[in-house]
Design a binder for this molecule. Structure first.
Ligand SMILES: *Cc1c(COP(=O)(O)O)cnc(C)c1O
Length: 394
């Protein structure tokens, strides 16, 4: 891969490793192990494996390495480690670098499983975690201490699409030598400029936009070579959260089209936001890329566009939200996002069901809130489907 290649070129050619057959499409190396020429060669590889020398698929594999290099080249990090799921990436990044007695500051508005890792798992092993309102810089300033080791947040929160100012939080964290780890799913690798803005470690659930076609679970941790190979890899390769070669191949092929897909989906998301804004049956239409978003200037500076997800808050509460969901024809009721198929979710009764009502209220997860992940269908068809379902919601 040439350093001068732009993103679209990196997405198609980055990280490619060809076998002796010179295949055009990337090969799936569906193998657990690798044969050594001699006992001495095996010994040497266990002492130090070179870049293209593999030992066991839990440690690394050529197809997985292609995916890691391609996504790292896109994000602009030195290296990456591919994981079995997005949660293996989140938990692996945090657990590999933290030890008992460490202090972490995290945004409170998190994907449920991320909250579980920070609130239940890390604390069980003696890590102290302080939760803050991620959009409140004064709260970050008050919580970050001289001994804080890491800060963690979703750059755009699920499901209410509040945006955290990466640059401002990174400045506070770096002043005390803390690492900035971001879960960047909602920003997408296409619109992300997280590293430029001060993130040290960028985490994706590849299940979302990178696959983009609802097939496989996967994740990736991106960062400096020292962090990935020195901290993450030893932990991941011994604890078992590595990505399978078959999944890596799906994700590699997903990367070839992710830029086209995400830009098309974001364009449709903006058209939907424009069409639904001001509809009396909706108390709120939240889309980071729409000028009505409370942090629109920050969104523009941080990622240029608003991503592929909207939140619609039906004025009629849960009953209206359920009637709306049940009346949808094209949009599916499910809980994935970033898929080619448009998907609607009712967070209060599904993904965020286990949160106490007070926490839901604090996070803006109202009974009428519907999260809409916009797919690749025709924008007019989607707007018609949504408008008709709104008519049925009253
Ligand atoms: C989906 C998601 C995850 C978890 O990813 P999986 O691939 O499902 O394990 C983590 N964080 C965010 C923000 C997500 O949307």
């Amino acid at each position: 891969m040439s350093d001068s290649w732009k993103k679209r070129t990196r997405l198609v050619h980055g990280g490619t490793r060809r076998s002796q057959y010179n295949e055009v499409s990337e090969a799936i190396f569906l193998t657990q192990g690798f044969v050594y020429d001699s006992a001495e060669a095996a010994e040497a590889r266990f002492i130090k494996a070179g870049d293209d020398e593999f030992i066991y698929a839990r440690y690394g594999n050529p197809t997985v390495a292609m995916f890691e290099d391609r996504i790292a080249g896109l994000e602009g990090t030195e290296d990456g480690f591919a994981t079995a799921s997005g949660m293996a990436a989140v938990s692996g990044a945090l657990t590999s670098m933290l030890r008992a007695g460490d202090h972490v500051v995290s945004a409170r508005a998190l994907f449920g499983s991320c909250l579980y890792v920070l609130e239940e798992v890390l604390t069980r092993f003696g890590v102290e975690v302080t939760f803050v309102d991620g959009t409140d810089i004064d709260a970050w300033r008050a919580a970050i201490r001289a001994d804080t080791k890491a800060v963690f947040f979703e750059t755009i929160s699920n499901p209410t699409l509040a945006v955290v100012d990466i640059h401002a939080v990174a400045e506070l964290a770096h002043a005390v030598g803390a690492l900035v780890l971001v879960d960047n799913v909602f920003a997408t690798p296409v619109f992300s400029r997280a590293v430029e803005q001060g993130a040290d470690v960028v985490i994706y659930s590849a299940t979302k936009h990178i696959d983009g076609q609802g097939r496989a679970l996967g994740g990736v941790i991106l960062g400096t070579r020292e962090f990935i190979r020195g901290t993450v890899e030893p932990y991941m390769k011994h604890t078992g959260g590595s990505m399978s070669p078959f999944t890596a191949w799906i994700m590699l092929k997903g990367l070839e089209t992710v830029d086209l897909r995400v830009r098309a989906q974001a364009e449709t998301a903006l058209q939907i936001a424009n069409a639904l804004q001001g509809d009396a049956r909706l108390a709120r239409v939240i889309y980071p890329g729409h000028p009505s978003h409370a942090q629109h200037d920050l969104v523009t500076a941080q990622m240029g566009q608003g991503g592929t997800v909207l939140a619609l808050d039906l004025a009629g509460g849960q009953e209206a939200a359920f009637r709306f969901l049940n009346a949808l024809d094209i949009v599916l009721i499910s809980n994935n996002l970033g898929d080619a198929k448009s998907i609607a979710t009712h967070p209060a009764t599904t993904t965020h069901q286990r949160l106490p009502d007070a926490t839901k209220a604090q996070l803006g997860i109202t009974p009428g809130l519907v999260r809409l992940s916009v797919g690749l269908e025709d924008a007019d068809d989607l707007i018609e489907d949504l408008t008709r379902a709104l008519d049925a919601s009253g």
